[in-house]
Design a protein around this ligand. Sequence first.
Ligand code: FES
Length: 110
Amino acid sequence: MTLISLAATGTTAYVVGRVDDVPPGEGRAFVAGGTPVAVFRLRNGALHATQAACPHAGGPLADGQTDADVLVCPLHLFAYRWTDGGSPGRVGGLRLYPVRDVDGDLVVEV
Ligand code: FES
């Protein structure tokens, strides 16, 4: 993992792997500066990153199903919005992290 910058927001950006490490339509687990994260590459090319463990009971979110709007946890099927991490009708939400493609590197800010 490579530290690439300090952001003015107080976050730090890390290269966690290559964009191609995440097949389109799927998620993969990474560690960004000691923080476990789940990164998803949607079929439309969009990238999303969130905490690795579901806030409900610790389900492995990188194994969840996703589309352009929501991520569904594989354990109890709670759905979380990509817009704000919220889960309709549920307590708590996901922490979302900025993620981007930098010349094929997968960069996550935590
Ligand atoms: S652990 Fe994710 S919905 Fe229960």
